[in-house]
Design a protein around this ligand. Structure first.
Ligand SMILES: [Fe+2]
Length: 394
């Protein structure tokens, strides 16, 4: 007994075989789409290329590509492409094309309609332009899926250069679904890129503010010129050697640059006084850590940076200022900046005394290891001095 299936007669066995093959094809196709869904839910640079390759292999096409529109749909660029083996890539020649060359396609795409061309030779007269272009590229069959996200942003195309083919509705539906996946992936990617750009801008702004503040204190006091920069270098090396993570090292760097910013409020006559300070003058100098904290309190910086600036003159035994904090009450980061600060100050020239040599500074820290300064922090600095890991000549 013969059965009519479309315009061809089949035996029952042939018909069962045909159904089975179609079922297998469909299951495979749906599996591929599921894999693409899975791949596109994770943001990675080359995800779209991978998705196009999968679609191309699954549909057994020669070329799968994406065009993106710009300039109010007037111009289009081929931005992604996958080619089967032996097919010459076209992408590099297909940028800045005028959309007006594809009037039939554009009318359909604008209405979010797929364009199904089973046989290029049978394109209706409305698509003569497109027919000529497709024939020039030896394309026999093509499917074009709009990429529509509230408005048209591009399209995905499937070329067959070897034979005509019968696209069925179910395939088109699935490829439409793949197009929607690509759109939502794109959206996610653009949002991620925007966020990255904003973070980068914010980082730049914060760096400029930090640099400006650091410069203010440097400009005012020639003896502490480069002091902050050298404290930054020593303290960050110490933090790295102590095994702190990169974010903590970054916090220590910024705090080091800003630690003396409060000195802008100390009169120059006191800062540059060639002799010893009176008790009152010393009290005024001691205000600089609180003042520094105040100055940066309104900047959107990690709180820890502000606390390090506030605590950089606290001492282990509670004899420091401004809050007489003891041992564990002081942030380890502040203890690191404190040791780097004292060491750098001692080996530098000051208005009221010449520079000490490195061994004197190291001895002072060793003698006060545990009472004024944290033991481990002193140890790491001494180790760095002994290994000549600190550049103290500049
Ligand atoms: Fe200070």
């Amino acid at each position: 007994m013969k059965n009519s299936y479309f315009d061809k007669d089949y035996t029952m066995d042939e018909l069962v075989k045909k159904y089975e093959l179609e079922l297998e094809y469909r299951i495979n196709f749906e599996n591929q789409i599921n894999q693409i869904t899975e791949a596109l839910t994770h943001y990675q640079e080359n995800n779209i290329d991978q998705a196009l390759a999968k679609l191309g292999i699954t549909t057994d096409m020669d070329r799968v590509y994406i065009f993106e529109f710009k300039e109010e749909l007037n111009i289009m660029d081929n931005t992604y492409e996958w080619c089967a083996e032996g097919i010459t890539p076209q992408k590099d020649y297909l940028s800045d094309l005028e959309s007006s060359m594809f009037p039939w396609w554009m009318d359909n795409l604008k209405e979010n309609k797929a364009i199904v061309v089973n046989d290029v030779e049978k394109i209706p007269p409305v698509g003569t332009n497109e027919q000529n272009i497709l024939k020039e590229q030896s394309i026999k069959s093509v499917l074009v899926i709009p990429l529509f996200n509230e408005e048209l942003i591009g399209f995905m195309g499937f070329d067959d250069t070897r034979s005509t083919r019968e696209w069925n509705l179910a395939d088109i539906e699935l490829l439409n679904a793949a197009g929607n996946l690509i759109i939502s992936y794109w959206d996610k990617k653009n949002k991620t890129d925007e966020l990255k750009e904003k973070n980068r801008e914010l980082e730049e702004t914060v760096n400029t503010i930090i640099q400006t503040l650091a410069n203010i204190s440097i400009e005012r006091d020639p003896y502490t010129k480069r002091h902050s920069v050298r404290v930054e270098s020593i303290a960050s090396k110490m933090a790295e050697k102590l095994g702190f993570d990169s974010e903590t090292v970054r916090i220590i760097r910024i705090a080091s640059l800003l630690h003396d910013v409060g000195k802008v409020n100390v009169p120059k006559s006191i800062l540059f006084k060639p002799g010893p300070l009176t008790e009152l003058e010393y009290e005024m100098v001691k205000k600089h850590s609180e003042m520094g904290y105040e100055i940066i309190s309104n900047i959107k910086l990690p709180e820890k940076i502000k606390d390090i600036v506030l605590q950089h003159h606290e001492k282990n035994d509670g004899s420091g200022y401004p809050n007489n904090l003891k041992a564990d009450e002081i942030l380890i980061e502040a203890k690191i900046v404190a040791v780097a600060d004292v060491f750098e100050s001692m080996i530098s020239h000051r208005s009221y005394r010449p520079a000490h040599d490195v061994s004197t500074a190291a001895k002072f820290l060793k003698d006060n290891r545990g009472n004024l300064f944290d033991k481990h922090v002193v140890d790491i600095l001494i180790e760095m001095v002994e290994n000549k890991e600190i550049d103290i000549l500049n």
